[in-house]
Design a protein around this ligand. Structure first.
Ligand code: NAI
Length: 254
């Protein structure tokens, strides 16, 4: 990404205090954008924003729970109030639940993963689009997963939530394509983040089996997902509408 590609632009990210979101916030800042780091973990969001400020970048840390509509609306408003607009949004916040076969899964885990991973993306798009529609431009990237494209045994609710993100992305992309707003999704493969470290601890065998099947022979790095997000927001991706981009080391083409 060119150093000043996003000079005078504003990016809002959800779940950006850790892992892929944090790396993507860093990449947006390095490309010149002012960055709103939102996360349910307020202290971690503030710390991440502070770290960017110490590098000389413009950043704001905001508590935002993507399952709470008022919290989402307030985060968008705070970003626009602080930085004067909203050019890009990366709807990244997501959770994993323990791997379990469908007959043994708990309804509360299903509800929780759908609330964060699917309804959260919908709520964020809703409030980001209200602003972008008014200004007449913008780019949104939603975070799906390789589990949005293929089935992974034991991850039924997570897989359903991530397939759902692709559907939401395509429908909204059609609605706004003529209004100067591009909406796309990324489907990361297994990427070395705290979420994967936790999954490795809770069910090491099934996680190792997934990693062993990555054609590239390794997990992804958060920066490799970030660069795909930034490209989808860039002018070079100006004709990308409703597309599903999978930085996954070849996992879904096997
Ligand atoms: P992570 O666990 O390192 O970071 C997720 C962040 O989301 C955390 O900072 C957490 O506090 C925040 N969060 C959780 N619930 C939230 C809520 N209700 N509202 C706002 N923020 C909330 O996870 P990671 O690995 O960086 O994942 C980021 C996204 O990438 C997720 O959507 C995940 O499903 C997706 N993904 C990750 C893959 C991986 O291998 N790491 C593979 C495919 C997709």
């Amino acid at each position: 990404m060119l150093k000043n590609e996003f000079k005078n632009k504003v990016a809002l990210l959800t779940g950006a205090a850790s892992g892929i979101g944090l790396a993507t916030a860093q990449a947006f800042a390095e490309a010149g954008a002012a960055v709103a780091i939102t996360d349910i973990n307020e202290n971690a969001a503030q710390d991440a924003a502070h770290a960017l400020q110490q590098q000389g970048f413009r950043a704001l840390g905001i508590r935002c729970d993507v399952t709470d509509e008022a919290s989402v609306a307030a985060a968008v408003q705070a970003t626009v109030a602080e930085f004067g607009g909203l050019d890009f949004a990366y709807n990244n916040a997501g959770i994993h639940v323990p791997s379990v076969e469908t007959a043994d899964a708990r309804a509360e885990d299903f509800d929780r993963v759908i609330a964060v991973n699917l309804k959260g993306v919908w709520l964020c798009m809703k409030h980001q689009l209200r602003h972008m529609r008014e200004q007449g431009y913008g780019a949104i990237v939603n975070c799906s997963s390789q589990s949005g494209l293929v089935g992974i045994a034991g991850l039924g609710a997570y897989t359903a939530s991530k397939h759902g993100v692709i559907g939401l992305t395509k429908a909204a992309a059609l609605e706004y394509a003529r209004q100067g707003i591009r909406i796309n999704a990324i489907c990361p493969g297994t990427t070395n983040t705290p979420m994967v470290a936790a999954a490795m601890q809770s069910h090491p065998e099934s996680m190792q089996a997934v990693i062993d099947e990555i054609p590239a022979g390794r997990m992804g790095k958060p920066e490799e997902i970030a660069s795909a997000v930034l490209w989808l927001c860039s002018a070079g991706a100006g004709f990308m509408v409703g597309q599903i981009v999978a930085p996954d080391g070849g996992y879904v083409i096997r």
